[in-house]
Design a protein around this ligand. Structure first.
Ligand SMILES: Nc1ncnc2c1ncn2[C@@H]1O[C@H](COP(=O)(O)OP(=O)(O)OP(=O)(O)O)[C@@H](O)[C@H]1O
Length: 731
């Protein structure tokens, strides 16, 4: 049996996974896959590159496929209706309830342990037409509760619309949000009798056998619909008796619900309408912060389903820059899993082209990134539109991946939107994967004066265009300009020295990316046929089609360098990428881990080099106050004076990162000689790391003696049991 099958993955999917050379699930996969397959909400964080995408794509694909298969079978057997499960007995419905309300196995006890919200439930059967019916509800634990009757249209928060009639522990009756004094308060151990007289259209209650008088007269409109026993609770527990046991206080003239005539009973069927697959209603919606990440996730889903035969799972990428009419046509022709970015998704969902009515999985990948990009309201809106139960009674599952779960925004969102999520936090605080060797090279324009006499250099961002910065000048502005020039030279030097033929290079701004790309092209042209500096750019100002072709060109090895900003490169996964360079450190410390995590993925070794200025650099910072957001803006005043520049303090950012990671990052001299250490000489960057004692493969052989000992013990225990058992029977 393939390793993935042991985690409940279908053999067909496990086979595809094995072909991708995934022999064992990663830690986050071993934890998250069974949880998702088991129906839970999962909030996961693990080191960058540790296989989070597979951890959610695998189980989602499996469940979506199984659901489509069930539907197709049901179609064949029953002419289009999904199997309906109806209950033979009077009990609380496990389908017609809010998510946090637990119902006991016999369906007679319900409990909600949430303090903040009401959770409710209806019974599996209701009554209509005529007759006088009675049931009892005993309060078995302190807390707030309301019991009574409601029609199927009523909210499960009993008494908050015209279809629900409740009596609450505080001594109030409620219908249509009107809470009026009624009877008296009740609490633990009290038995509330709920009486429904369909002949005269009246509802009344009793407490411990004492009648509390008429509570409601039911309108004719409501009387036409069956009424079901209903309850809602806030951190409380109630036990019901619909008539299977003798009542404690049975009133005269009323029947137990269990004695209702068949002709007056209506089943509370969770599948109210035949489940028909709507073409434009996906079962899973995966939201990614960037188009590249969305494409990557979609590709994984495609690979996983290689051996899944009929029915086919239809997945679709919804990103901007792609012909929207084509996307709409594909949606109309049927879609099961949508992977997309917020902008285009918002248009298509808002315009009614995508229906969320049958969505069963709501996934936020890189949720911290999505929230930082300002998509909180978008996420809330989508969540509000997805029904919390699908038409076939399955609970909506929400899965959130984040670089860290220790982020206030992420925690807050999880608390608001997720349903008792299981935290798979394999990371705790940010940490650098063991497979990443990362070093810092200080760029000091006072020590390295090569910029005084350069014939050719990078065109910088132009911040110092108006400043007096010629060679030999020692002003802060001159040194700042010098650093910008030197950093590009250091990057070239690193490439030559370490024969770097494949790397992602991070720049701080889109303009910095453009300038570096242009410089590499100029230098490369002079370098002849085997241009060692071929490169492309990936950032938000490039048109989507160009971004795609640039990304593909780099992925396929047609160019050596991908020059990009943080946002564009978040989460991108390029197999066996050996090198990353940071031309400038990010000011957001967690982005450092993200950036360097582009190497060292899937157990391959990688080297990340960061060039860190020893002096402050004056750089562009165009905020909301900048009308053009940087385009043709030359306001070099500092931001605190209404301008668009700041002094970037890299030594401080380096200290922040070190502090955050609780490490000192190894420093390398400007000659870029990487010192001998545990990485050097033993690894080839981009190749699989050499297995050490703690690695998976050796792990098996290390565990072997203990496992064999355990198996011997087990067989001994079983033999002892059998001997005793048979000896006893023989005696
Ligand atoms: N079980 C596995 N065995 C071998 N390789 C794997 C396994 N799971 C994932 N991978 C590979 O590891 C790489 C990283 O996976 P993935 O992109 O899912 O990581 P991630 O945790 O989402 O990273 P990030 O936080 O950077 O987005 C991919 O190339 C993927 O194909």
């Amino acid at each position: 049996m393939a390793a993935f099958e042991e985690f409940g993955v279908l053999p067909e999917i496990a086979k595809a996974v094995e072909e991708m050379e995934w022999m064992l699930p990663t830690d986050v996969q071993s934890e998250a896959i069974p949880l998702i397959l088991g129906g839970g909400d999962v909030l996961m964080a693990a080191e960058t590159g540790s296989g989070k995408t597979g951890a959610f794509c695998l189980p989602i694909l499996q469940i979506v496929w199984e659901t489509i298969k069930d539907l197709e079978q049901a179609k064949g057997e029953k002419g289009g209706t999904a199997p309906t499960k109806t209950s033979a007995t009077w009990e609380l419905s496990t389908s017609d309830r809010t998510p946090a309300l637990a119902v006991s196995a016999d369906g007679l006890v319900c409990q909600a342990r949430e303090f903040k919200e009401w959770h409710g439930c209806r019974a599996t059967k209701g009554v209509f037409n005529s007759g006088k019916y009675y049931y009892e509800a005993k309060i078995t634990d302190e807390g707030l509760c309301r019991v009574g009757w409601s029609t199927i249209q009523a909210s499960l928060d009993l008494g908050t619309d015209k279809f629900g009639f409740g009596f609450g522990g505080t001594g109030k009756k409620s219908n249509n949000k009107q809470f009026d004094n009624y009877g008296e308060s009740f609490g633990k151990n009290d038995v509330i009798g709920c009486k429904l007289d369909l002949d005269s259209g009246k509802i009344s209650f009793s407490k411990n056998g004492v009648d509390l008088g008429l509570a409601f007269t039911i309108s004719q409109q409501v009387q036409r619909s069956p009424l079901f026993p209903s309850v809602c609770l806030k951190n409380a527990e109630i036990t019901f008796n619909f008539g299977t046991k003798p009542f404690k206080y049975k009133p005269d003239g009323f029947k137990a619900l269990t004695e209702a005539d068949k002709s007056c009973i209506k089943n509370n069927d969770p599948v109210k309408a035949p489940l028909k697959k709507l073409n434009n209603a996906p079962q899973a919606l995966v939201i990614e912060p960037s188009r590249e990440l969305a494409e990557q996730t979609l590709q994984q889903i495609k690979k996983f389903q290689k051996y899944l035969e009929k029915p086919a799972v239809k997945e679709l990428l919804i990103i901007g820059g792609v012909n929207v009419k084509e996307q709409m046509a594909t949606i109309e022709s049927g879609v099961d899993i949508i992977v997309g970015t917020p902008g285009r998704l918002e248009d298509l969902i808002g315009g009614g082209y995508i229906s969320l009515a049958q969505c069963r999985f709501f996934v936020l990948d890189e949720a911290d990134g999505l929230l930082k990009q300002g998509y909180k309201n978008f996420i809330n809106n989508i969540h509000a539109q997805i029904p919390k139960f699908t038409p076939d009674g399955k609970r909506m599952q929400m899965i959130v991946c984040s670089a860290t779960l220790h982020d206030f925004e992420v925690k807050n969102m999880a608390e608001r939107l997720m349903h008792f999520p299981t935290w798979v936090d394999l990371k705790g605080e940010d940490a650098v994967p063991e497979t990443v060797h990362h070093v810092v090279v200080k760029v000091d324009p006072q020590l390295d004066t090569s910029w005084h006499s350069m014939k050719q250099h990078i065109q910088t961002d132009g911040v110092h265009r108006q400043d007096n910065i010629g060679p030999g000048k020692k002003s802060a502005e001159a040194l700042s300009e010098a650093v910008k020039v030197l950093k590009a030279e250091y990057a070239l030097k690193a490439i030559k020295k370490h024969n770097i033929d494949r790397a992602i290079i991070f720049c701080r701004t889109k303009l910095d990316c453009d300038n570096l790309e242009r410089y590499f092209k100029i230098i490369g042209r002079g370098a002849g046929r085997d241009n060692p500096f071929t490169c492309v750019c990936l950032h938000g100002d490039r048109k989507p089609a160009e971004r795609k072709s640039n990304y593909d060109a780099f992925k396929q090895g047609q160019v050596r360098f991908l020059i990009c900003t943080d946002v564009a490169a978040r989460g991108i996964d390029i197999g066996s990428l050996p090198f990353v360079m940071n031309l400038t450190l990010p000011d957001e410390k967690s982005n450092y881990v993200h950036r360097i995590g582009r190497v060292g993925r899937a157990d391959r070794m990688g080297l990340a080099i960061s060039f860190v200025s020893t002096v402050p650099e004056k750089v562009w910072f165009h905020g909301e106050w900048c009308a053009s957001r940087g385009r043709n803006c030359y306001n070099t005043e500092l931001t605190d004076r209404g301008g668009c520049c700041v002094w970037y303090n890299e030594p401080r950012y380096l200290a922040d990162i070190e502090d955050h990671l609780n490490i000192t990052i190894e420093q390398v001299s400007p000659d870029l000689e990487i010192p001998k250490n545990e990485f050097d000489g033993k690894v080839t960057y981009g190749a699989r790391r050499v297995a050490k004692g703690s690695d998976y493969k050796d792990h098996v052989s290390q565990m072997a003696p203990a496992v064999s000992e355990l198996s011997k013990l087990e067989s001994k225990a079983q033999l002892t049991y059998l001997k005793r058992h048979f000896l006893k029977s023989a005696a």
